[in-house]
Design a protein around this ligand. Structure first.
Ligand SMILES: [Zn+2]
Ligand SMILES: [Zn+2]
Length: 297
């Protein structure tokens, strides 16, 4: 593209395009390109393996659960942690930890491990495109997949609460805990685990995401699902950062475990607003104090 004098400064690294008399400059190369180049040149075989998405998801799940469980163990003695619990009077016992960890380990050994071996055996290697996704494409891809997943799980969840047989057979196990903690995230029946895994895999394909966006969504989905069940309400939790109560997060999902006919959507609030299934929810003691102080000022 030819450049006039003013644009010459930018022409080395930027493309320019014009609409009427206004010109815009767009980066020629994605901001993620250096990172993508680094990954491709150093970890090509790992990234291409059909096992990689599973290893990425499982390792992120155990990492997030380990961090929250560490807080759960310290919380009864450390008030600086306990004050952020939604139910500070209820501590997570070792019995709770071993029971949920037992079911999680069973699910991983009996269902996820054979699925991983099947993928490794039958699925072709992942092609790695030369170009990284644009930063906006990466971010909006993850948001798009999250919105789609939220809708799919909302419908599944609603159905599995409204139809008694579905609830008793597939979803009741997840509701054995009234005050969830991180390990309850995958305290699930095989059918629920399969549906969640299926949507996480298929949604980026439906939205034709770049493989880097797909992996970003998988990791993000793991962390927000664990956050939903963590039982903490931190000032930096997404539901306290995203305005207008649009993000349900741990406080609204905790309310779902307390009042199971409300708050069916896992992440966003809009489907429960539209369906009239939103319910009252509690903040942690620390954040209640903060909002009371704000009201007094
Ligand atoms: Zn739950
Ligand atoms: Zn439920």
């Amino acid at each position: 593209m030819t450049c006039n004098k003013l644009q010459t400064i930018y022409c080395g690294t930027f493309h320019a395009f014009h609409v009427e008399n206004v010109s815009f400059d767009l980066p020629e190369e994605s901001l993620l390109q250096p990172f993508w180049n680094y990954l491709r040149s150093n970890y090509q075989d790992t990234l291409r393996s059909p096992l990689f998405p599973i290893v990425l998801s499982v390792s992120n799940y155990f990492l997030s659960v380990a961090l929250y469980t560490f807080l759960d163990v310290l919380a009864p003695r450390w008030n600086c942690i306990n004050k952020y619990k939604i139910h500070p009077e209820k501590s997570v016992s070792w019995n709770n930890i071993w029971t949920t960890l037992g079911v999680t380990t069973y699910n991983h050994l009996v269902y996820i491990f054979p699925a991983a071996v099947g993928q490794w055996y039958w699925r072709p290697s992942t092609p790695l495109p030369k170009d990284a996704p644009g930063l906006a494409e990466f971010v909006f891809g993850i948001i798009g997949c999250t919105i789609l997943f939220d809708f799919q799980f909302y419908l599944w969840h609603l159905l599995h609460h409204k139809i008694g047989w579905l609830y008793r057979t597939f979803h009741a196990i997840h509701h054995q805990y009234y005050e969830p903690f991180s390990l309850v995230t995958q305290y699930l029946s095989a059918w629920e685990l399969f549906c969640v895994g299926f949507w996480t895999t298929v949604d980026p394909l439906i939205l034709q995401c770049h493989c880097l966006t797909t992996w970003g969504f998988m990791v993000f989905n793991i962390w927000i699902s664990t956050d939903d069940h963590c039982g903490y309400d931190f000032p930096w939790s997404l539901h306290n950062l995203i305005p207008f109560g649009l993000w349900g997060g741990s406080i609204k999902h905790d309310a779902h475990h307390q009042q199971p006919h409300t708050n069916f959507a896992p992440f966003f609030s809009h489907w429960d607003w539209l369906g009239g299934t939103s319910s009252a929810h509690c903040h942690s003691a620390a954040l209640k104090d903060r909002s009371t102080k704000r009201k007094r000022q």
